[in-house]
Design a protein around this ligand. Structure first.
Ligand code: PLP
Length: 402
């Protein structure tokens, strides 16, 4: 039975205290849960085997399956993507400065800073939201050792332009692909670009392993170093340590969840795609709102539904729209606000304090992520769209009140 559509009028809105929020909370990134019978069956097999970590059979199977899906030679499972980024940077022997986007999740820069590198922040492309390759070259100094792009929202970076810059200046190139599992560019899956790519299977990602990540590469030597560095530097020969390492191994329980989630991937993507189309139909032409479109000609996971609210047109700020939604239990998110250069430890560091990054700053003020995934119903999306439309169409009136 479908829930009837709740259509509050302006005066009903909970933000005025006039009406209670009308249903259970809707979240961005609420986990997708795969087939429980298969999951519990595998957990039992794992417990019976008493092999819980250290490259067990499920972890190995998960790596093989990811490599197959992404069309790469090596997929190396990790505890999470943040450690994956750190290990890639170590394994590539990076030093000094690494150019990263300013508009990304904080882990992209933190992972590098954590191991003593200096993230150099580059502004974004206004359409894709990804690192703007036209601004990368101006940031290169004698201390630059690499470029790291983020395929934000699953949209591929301009991989050709970045590769050309990398070649010209003899820099390493790798990608934060946390959002981009099962996405492609020119029909080539993300996973094999640059020296390495790093995916996240955090609980909020459309495919999750509770916590987890995977590093992909086609470079045999790099794969060996990355694989060993995630297990303290051990390299296959018992008790023999080859170099500095850490502990970033994926436990079997995560691999069990990851493998089972991958089996549901076509169904999850189909739901994401349907949700995205419903949002697009309702919000695609709304004045003052830009609906971020994914390239439907490519493989895409459609996990993120992104809008930009232009206050100059709507008369209502992005933050106010978010407050209207959150008061109604639609927990839409401001991603990423503030930008990295306005966040510690970067904000108080003189190297970042005076940065002016106009596109990043605009996006940090305008972007909203909307709830999607298998936990959100068609009726709830219709209600969410109604609320956004109401807020935007009555922007000036709403902004004047409260
Ligand atoms: C762009 C981006 N990079 C890195 C990460 C970190 O991934 P993890 O939580 O697996 O460490 C995330 C999110 O979690 C992310 O969104």
């Amino acid at each position: 039975m479908t829930t009837p559509l709740h259509k509050p009028t302006l005066n009903d809105l909970a933000i005025f205290g006039n009406a209670p929020a009308f249903r259970d909370k809707l979240y961005v990134g609420r986990p997708n849960i795969p087939d429980r019978d298969k999951l519990f069956e595998r957990i039992n097999t794992m417990l019976d085997s008493r092999w819980l970590s250290n490259q067990g059979p499920f972890e190995q199977a998960f790596e093989r399956r990811c490599a197959e899906i992404l069309g790469v030679k090596h997929a190396i499972a990790m505890t999470n993507a943040t450690l994956g980024l750190e290990i890639v940077a170590h394994a590539l022997g990076l030093t000094g400065e690494v150019i990263v986007p300013a508009y990304t999740f904080v882990a992209t820069a933190h992972a590098l800073r954590w191991i003593g590198l200096t993230p150099v922040l580059c502004d974004a492309d206004p359409v894709t939201h990804n690192i703007d390759p036209n601004q990368v070259e101006a940031l290169i100094t004698p201390r630059t050792s690499a470029i790291c792009g983020t395929h934000l929202w699953g949209t591929p970076c301009d991989v050709d332009a970045l590769a050309a810059i990398g070649r010209k200046h003899n820099l390493r190139l790798f990608y934060d692909a946390a959002h981009a599992f099962a996405c492609s560019t020119r029909q080539v899956p993300i996973g094999g670009f640059g020296d390495a790519e790093v995916f996240s299977f955090h609980a909020t990602k459309f495919i999750n392993s509770f916590e987890g990540g995977i590093v992909t590469t086609n470079d045999d030597g790099l794969a060996e170093r990355i694989g060993n560095m995630r297990r303290f530097g051990f390299h296959g020969i018992p008790d023999s340590v080859k170099y500095l390492g850490t502990n970033a191994k994926m436990p079997e329980i995560s691999a069990v969840m990851g493998l089972t989630s991958l089996e549901s991937m076509p169904d999850i993507i189909a739901v994401n795609r349907r949700n995205y189309a419903q949002y697009e139909a309702a919000l695609g032409e709304l004045d003052g709102v830009r609906f971020y479109r994914h390239n439907a000609q490519e493989q895409h996971n459609f996990q993120y539904v992104v809008i930009e609210v232009n206050e100059a047109v709507t008369g209502i700020s992005r933050d106010k729209v978010v407050r209207v939604l959150q008061a109604e239990n639609v927990l839409a998110r401001r991603y990423f606000a503030p930008g990295l250069h306005r966040m510690e430890p970067y904000a108080s560091d003189p190297r970042y304090a005076n940065l002016h990054l106009p596109v990043t700053e605009r996006l940090c003020n305008e972007v909203i992520l909307l709830p999607s995934g298998t936990a959100v119903s068609e009726a709830e999306i219709a209600e969410t769209c109604h609320l956004i439309t109401l807020a935007v169409e009555h922007g000036r009136e709403l902004s004047g009140r409260q």
